[in-house]
Design a protein around this ligand. Structure first.
Ligand code: CTP
Length: 399
């Protein structure tokens, strides 16, 4: 069972965290409570210490076990961090990456998934500042357990009440299940553009940022998968835990995919591979002559089609970046390339496609189903695709 860090902040709902701690322990989890200073004015750390059997920490310098640095040990040991209730102030501190008490320090130091159940006055919850911080944290993969509607302690009515205890405990259970549903599954992902050299300083490339592929790697890791990320040149930092293979050209990406495909269970081709390369890369920089210059391009291998043709029982996902008739073209690629799923988008649509953080995808399944996703962050799109992969593997295991 899991080790859960329970962060409690200075909301009037702080007393409800006792109940949440008890329910989590009833499910078999161990709970380590971490209170903010404001929370200690509303509820005593001793209550949590007695309930959970673990000494409660508040300050960064609280060292319940002599000789151990508590914030690092607790951060590393945790399987999941739940902050319930979370005030607007703590949400803001988390979004900014502040580390001015034990709870915010742990939130920065841990690699465990973080779930936040906010509780505050409705005006504070709907305030653009709070909503912007929530959006920032969501982008980073933090999961929010939405507050409920009701009458607050102050008498105001609206959205802002701490979600009820069963909802919070269920969200934790669901998340823990998610965190391991791809355990033992090897996911191979291509990401970013490829650069096809013209001469030592110039290349033929495209505007792919790599964000979609990196978000997929992050989501697959969060579900417990072993991830190999084969990436073209990007400015992004790969997610911790992925095996990263850096390539420049389509030919190098092709070779890397061929070398790793046999060992994978799932292949996701998110790279924007240059379809053509200059026939010959010049050994020296080409000088300007003032004359017209014709560059002869030859086709690159289709990486996705080459491996999907021999996929066996692997689940293979492709992307289709289109500018017109997106569904029709995507459908043709789905069947033509022998895929299980294709994610299509119209790159001319605002907020969709290259260099932006959002995407509007339509998922086309091999069995004919079509699922339209709303415009959302690439991380959220990635999460849905990884869920589809997990659902597929679950069904196959059950079959
Ligand atoms: N792809 C690939 N190798 C290539 C070209 C594309 O692996 N040489 C993969 C991409 O990663 C993507 C999918 O194939 O998952 C579709 O790529 P796209 O460029 O949209 O399709 P193409 O097959 O290149 O067709 P077209 O350019 O005509 O749209």
């Amino acid at each position: 069972m899991a080790k859960i860090l329970l962060g409690v902040t200075g909301s009037i709902a702080a007393y409800r965290a006792c109940d949440i701690a008890r329910e989590l322990m009833r499910e078999g989890h161990s709970v380590q409570a971490v209170l903010t200073r404001a929370a200690t004015r509303l509820i005593s750390p001793d209550t949590f210490a007695a309930l959970t059997g673990n000494p409660v920490v508040v300050d960064v310098f609280d060292e319940p076990v002599p000789g151990q640095i508590a914030h690092i040990r607790l951060a590393q040991e945790a399987d999941l961090a739940l902050i319930a209730p979370a005030t607007a102030h703590t949400i803001a501190r988390l979004a900014l990456g502040l580390a001015d008490d034990m709870l915010t320090t742990l939130a920065l130091a841990t690699r465990a998934p973080i779930l936040i159940a906010p509780a505050m006055n409705p005006a504070m919850w709907s305030h653009p500042a709070t909503q912007a911080h929530v959006a920032t944290l969501r982008e980073r993969g933090v999961v929010f357990i939405e507050p409920a509607y009701g009458i607050m302690a102050c008498g105001d009515e609206g959205w802002g009440k701490l979600a009820d205890t069963p909802t919070i405990v269920q969200a934790v259970a669901l998340h823990l299940r998610h965190a391991s549903d791809l355990q033992g599954v090897h996911v191979l992902i291509t990401a970013g553009p490829t650069y096809e050299p013209i001469d030592p300083v110039r290349f033929v490339g495209n505007r792919s940022s790599g964000k979609m592929g990196y978000a997929l790697a992050e989501a697959a890791l969060a579900h417990g998968a072993t991830v190999t990320l084969i990436t073209g040149p990007t400015a992004l930092t790969p997610p911790a835990g992925a095996t990263v293979i850096r390539v420049q050209t389509a030919q190098q990406m092709y070779e890397a995919v061929q070398a790793h495909f046999d060992a994978c269970d799932v292949f996701i081709a998110a790279a924007a591979v240059a379809d053509y390369r200059p026939e010959r890369a010049l050994p020296r920089k080409r000088k300007r002559t003032g004359e017209a210059w014709t560059l002869r391009l030859v086709p690159n291998p289709d990486i996705l089609a080459s491996v999907a043709a021999r996929k066996g029982d692997r689940f293979v996902v492709g992307f289709a970046a289109e500018t017109d008739k997106a569904l029709q073209h995507a459908q043709a690629k789905l069947s033509g390339k022998n895929l299980d799923l294709i994610a299509a988008n119209n790159v001319l649509e605002p907020g969709s496609g290259f260099e932006v953080d959002t995407n509007r995808l339509t998922l086309l399944y091999a069995d004919g189903r079509i699922e339209e996703l709303p415009l959302m962050s690439k991380r959220a799109c990635a999460e849905r695709i990884i869920e589809v992969v997990a659902e597929h593997l679950r069904q196959r295991r059950g079959a």
